[in-house]
Write a protein that binds this ligand. Structure first.
Ligand SMILES: CC(C)(COP(=O)(O)OP(=O)(O)OC[C@H]1O[C@@H](n2cnc3c(N)ncnc32)[C@H](O)[C@@H]1OP(=O)(O)O)[C@@H](O)C(=O)NCCC(=O)NCCS
Length: 166
């Protein structure tokens, strides 16, 4: 992971509980499609309470500026073969990552992704996987994720990436 201490934003990453959700929703929803903010709120609420998943929030000067979500045992992509299903059962799944536009390129997502990895190991999982449409090269270049395959979701081709942590 690259790092540039001169420009890194001194934000804090917190594992969120339900009490953090109302402010997080207010601070972060402005970058969401207005038609889907209710889906975002539902996601924040579920990830802040359920024991099989986590919501991490990046906080800077009293405001939430980014989030990441991770889940244990998310179902493998449609049409996965048995080997893939077996592998992904041992992996956590990164299911959401966003930093508000004005705080990007300052290492905030890098700190959030580090929390994915810590959470994965704390939960005795061997690695992490995720599905992305546009950020495949970014994850591979900066965080050493590996191309695993592709999947079609809602008619859109997406890339499956994995990273072994053991
Ligand atoms: C993708 C996204 C989460 C990246 O967030 P970010 O906070 O800008 O990411 P980081 O700053 O950690 O890393 C991005 C850049 O900062 C650099 N960087 C990393 N650590 C740094 C640090 N400590 N100080 C300064 N720069 C740093 C990286 O080299 C990287 O450079 P590059 O992307 O120009 O090659 C953000 O652009 C976003 O929210 N996009 C929209 C939602 C999205 O696409 N989410 C991913 C879905 S799969």
């Amino acid at each position: 992971m690259r790092s540039n201490k001169l420009t890194a934003l001194p934000c804090h990453i917190i594992p969120a509980g339900p009490n953090d959700v109302p402010q997080a929703f207010q601070d972060l929803k402005r970058d969401m499609n207005p038609d889907f903010v209710h889906v975002f709120l539902d996601k924040l609420q579920r990830y802040s309470v359920k024991p099989d998943r986590a919501l991490f929030l990046a906080k800077y000067q009293g405001k939430y500026i980014g989030f990441a979500t991770v889940i244990n045992q998310s179902p493998a992509p449609d049409n996965s073969d048995t080997a893939t299903i077996r592998l992904l059962q041992k992996y956590a799944c990164g299911t959401g990552l966003m930093v508000l536009p004005e705080f990007r390129h300052k290492g905030v997502a890098s700190k959030l992704i580090q929390q994915w990895h810590i959470w994965t190991l704390q939960n005795d999982l061997s690695g992490i996987w995720l599905v992305t449409r546009q950020m495949s090269d970014w994850y591979q270049r900066l965080f050493q994720y590996t191309f695993y395959g592709t999947t079609i979701r809602h008619g859109v081709k997406k890339t499956i990436l994995t990273k072994s942590l053991r």
